[in-house]
Write a protein that binds this ligand. Structure first.
Ligand code: BG6
Length: 478
């Protein structure tokens, strides 16, 4: 078992958010159950409504029972968790109300009883983040107000800002209250076992890296597809759209992991330096270059979803052909496709190698039928497959594509931690490896802003539910 983090109080803004109900409280409960939380911890949920601790605990219990019934079986463990869960009602926009939070932490059961260390978690819409941070500072809850020898850190949920300008402003405001080493910009994809394994696969094996470049690789295709639509997140989606929700963060982080150079060592900053270098090498989009390399789509029926404008032009799908202008990747297309209401729920990275120079074993048009591929399946299956050609048994010399496969489930008996388990613990321990650094978030936004500008007001193409996106997507893969 990893060493336990320091005793601390975890303060969650956005107590009533979907994220808190689905991920944060269940993950914290499970960490407590497994004995991975500090000996002395407190959780303070902060939301707008006025509720007592008991009323809030009841709400969390009901959500947990509905979403994760297996989590409410152990009454003693639940009681111990709820005894450490507190609630404070604060109107985030009113600075004077933060004093109630300060009081709860300084004088109430919630705070110093555990320790002077505080981990803030902003599970709130991006526009609120600067305001909350400023108000924390005014209320004496910033990093500089901590006791000597203690720490105060902050986790900020994605989307981090809504464009380069707002992200810079947020970086500036947070940077005035917390040092960069205390800021944890979360992208839960980086907590996934299979995403962390991309670097291990590339850099702990001698046979792949020598081939991992433009001399041998024809293209890289990344897919983040979800069969379900926006669910009940209409209001959020109208603000965000697919580019901000998935492309700016999860998709670009996958691209960076698969294409970055080997870091000088395996420290958080060395790894993040390489990711930033990669993002900086992505070819700039202009309205001219976006023609045929950027396709945005919207699923049929999106405009009838709850809290969606009847004439909405928000994209629920994007397929983009990126180029990375560096020595390793120049002119190799990286095709990224992501969307809601697609044919399948699957996240994968397919690296396709160039065909052999001569095709002895099949008709000319099938030259690439057996092109080698490395297929990194991130989810739902957690597998890596290598595709190659093999002779079909029999007298005729016919080649068929076959696969060599590694599957996490069959190779390892223990189940991996989920992203939120892992990242919550990493933040408590101060490990920033799997969090986004300031420069990285800004370069990612610069890429997305340029794409948005290049596309302009052109409305997204419509696509049928449970398809693979608009027809025009074919252009990206040609
Ligand atoms: C979130 C997005 O960050 O990631 C959602 O806001 C998306 O729209 C989700 O569905 C996907 O995460 P996962 O881990 O379920 O693939």
């Amino acid at each position: 078992m990893p060493p336990k983090p320091d005793n601390c109080t975890i303060i969650i803004f956005g107590a009533h958010s979907d994220l808190a109900a689905r991920k944060l409280f269940p993950s914290l409960y499970e960490l407590a159950l497994w004995g991975h939380l500090p000996d002395e911890y407190r959780i303070v949920a902060v939301g707008r409504s006025a509720l007592s601790h008991t009323e809030f605990r009841q709400k969390v219990y009901e959500k947990m029972a509905a979403l994760f019934p297996e989590n409410v079986q152990d009454e003693a463990a639940l009681a111990s968790f709820f005894a450490r869960l507190f609630y404070v009602g604060v109107d985030f926009t009113r600075s004077e109300e933060y004093h109630a939070l300060h009081k709860e932490i300084m004088e109430g059961e919630a705070g110093l009883a555990a320790s002077p260390n505080i981990l803030f978690y902003l599970a709130t819409p991006p526009a609120l983040a600067p305001l909350i941070v400023r108000n924390l500072d005014h209320a004496g809850l910033g990093e500089k107000d901590g006791l000597k020898g203690s720490w105060r850190k902050i986790i900020v949920e994605k989307p981090y800002g809504s464009n380069l300008q707002t992200a810079r402003e947020l970086n500036r405001v947070i940077g005035e209250v917390f040092h960069e080493e205390r800021i944890f910009r979360i992208d839960h994809y980086l907590g996934k076992e299979t995403v962390q394994n991309i670097m291990v696969f590339r850099f702990s094996n001698g046979i792949f890296e020598p081939l991992w470049n433009r001399n041998n690789i024809a293209n890289v295709a990344i897919t983040i597809a979800e069969k379900f639509g926006i669910r009940d997140r209409g209001a959020f989606y109208e603000e965000a759209g697919l580019l901000r929700d998935i492309m700016q963060n999860h998709a670009l982080q996958l691209l960076a992991s698969v294409a970055m150079e080997p870091p000088v060592d395996f420290s958080a900053d060395a790894v993040r330096d390489e990711k930033v270098k990669l993002l900086r090498s992505i070819r700039h989009f202009t309205s001219q270059s976006a023609e045929g390399t950027v396709v945005l789509g919207q699923y049929e029926g999106y405009r009838s979803e709850k809290n969606v404008a009847p004439d909405s032009t928000v994209e629920t799908f994007a397929a983009i052909k990126f180029f990375v202008d560096n020595w390793r990747w120049k002119d190799v297309p990286f095709m990224i496709k992501a969307g809601k209401s697609l044919a399948e729920t699957v996240t994968e990275i397919v690296i396709t190698f160039k065909c052999p120079p001569q095709n002895y074993f099949g008709p000319a048009e099938s030259c690439c039928y057996t092109a080698n591929q490395v297929i990194l399946r991130i989810q739902p299956e957690e597998t890596i497959a290598i595709k190659f050609g093999a002779k079909r048994p029999g007298e005729a010399l016919i080649t068929d594509p076959v696969f060599m496969k590694f599957d996490y489930k069959t190779s390892f008996s223990e189940a991996g931690a989920t992203p939120y388990h892992r990242l919550l613990l990493d933040a408590m321990a101060g490990d920033q490896m799997n969090f986004i650094r300031q420069d990285s978030v800004e370069y990612s936004w610069a890429i997305i802003d340029a794409i948005r500008e290049a596309v302009g007001t052109k409305p997204p193409a419509s696509y049928p539910v449970h398809s693979w996106g608009p027809e025009s997507v074919a252009a990206i893969y040609s």
